[in-house]
Design a protein around this ligand. Structure first.
Ligand code: NDP
Ligand code: 8X3
Length: 242
């Protein structure tokens, strides 16, 4: 298979790239940090593309070079901040929308025509439990992931009658660079998120993505929520000082 992974310079994306390469598949690793892509390529022999998924023209240009991809993993994404909506930085919200929504839209739109034409292909998007379950400070991040879920499902209707597959993977807490990005480089604050517990690892997620894409070709996993056994839902909060 030929697999195109966005956001392959760290975390899930890097682990996903390595997982496919381990089985001898061809991987195109994409991301903004060129040095990391070069390192990954040296280590694994993968192809690389320096790509910012918010750059619409660049996305179409790059994906047009890879019309033979069998799997597109829409992984690039980020959360910024954990403040209540009324206190957030509007630029953070815009960046999340540009990356998590528009980036996924651009990549999907660019890759789909060739998949439909070849009657073959799988678009796997990385949503989040945050798209299913709201939490304080999740505001726009969770909403972008709810978009990703609906988008992945709607693609299934539009490709109806073809063998093109569409899946939304919804991970819970995972120990990657995600929280360091969310807290804008505050590593101490980021580490606290994973302190004293066992979060999902990037490799756990890579295994899930690999499994979903290697099921028999008539099997479409629509959505799959995956959490560490040490994470569950919480009760409704009730304000009692009324
Ligand atoms: P990381 O921060 O480790 O990785 C994020 C990746 O996204 C990086 O490779 C980064 O690469 C890339 N990226 C960010 N912005 C852009 C952009 N504009 N263009 C291209 N690439 C970009 O976090 P994770 O691996 O955890 O995150 C991967 C995905 O998983 C995200 O969509 C995230 O929302 C989702 N997720 C994460 C969870 C977690 O708890 N960790 C749980 C649920 C979902 P570069 O900076 O080089 O461009
Ligand atoms: C990342 C998981 O719970 O931090 O999508 O939003 S969470």
């Amino acid at each position: 298979m030929k697999v195109f992974v966005t956001g392959a310079t760290s975390g899930f994306g890097e682990a996903i790239a390595k997982r496919y390469i381990k089985e001898g598949h061809t991987v195109v690793a994409a991301g903004r940090r060129k040095d990391r892509l070069e390192k990954l390529s040296k280590e694994t022999g993968c192809m690389t593309e320096v790509l910012d998924v918010t750059d619409k023209d660049a996305v179409f240009q790059v994906l047009n070079k890879h019309e033979d991809i069998d799997v597109l993993v829409n992984n690039a994404g980020l959360a910024l901040g954990l403040q209540p909506a009324q206190e957030t930085d509007i630029e953070d919200w815009e960046r999340m929308v540009d990356t998590n929504i528009k980036g996924v839209m651009y990549c999907t739109r660019a890759a789909l025509p060739a998949m439909v034409k070849r009657n073959k292909g799988h678009i796997i998007s990385i949503g989040s439990t945050a798209g299913n379950w709201q939490y304080p400070g999740g505001n726009v991040y969770g909403s972008t992931k709810a978009f990703v879920q609906q988008f992945a499902r709607n693609i299934r209707n539009d490709t109806f009658g073809t063998k093109v597959r569409s899946t939304n993977i919804e991970p819970g807490m995972a120990d990657t660079e995600f929280s360091t990005v969310r807290f804008k480089g505050d590593k101490e604050k980021a580490d606290k998120v994973y302190e004293g517990t066992q979060a999902l690892t990037a490799e756990d997620l890579a295994e899930t993505v690999y499994w979903v894409s290697t099921l028999p070709e008539h099997v479409n996993v629509n959505s799959l929520e995956v959490m560490s056994v040490y994470q569950t839902w919480n009760a409704f909060r009730i304000h009692r000082e009324v």
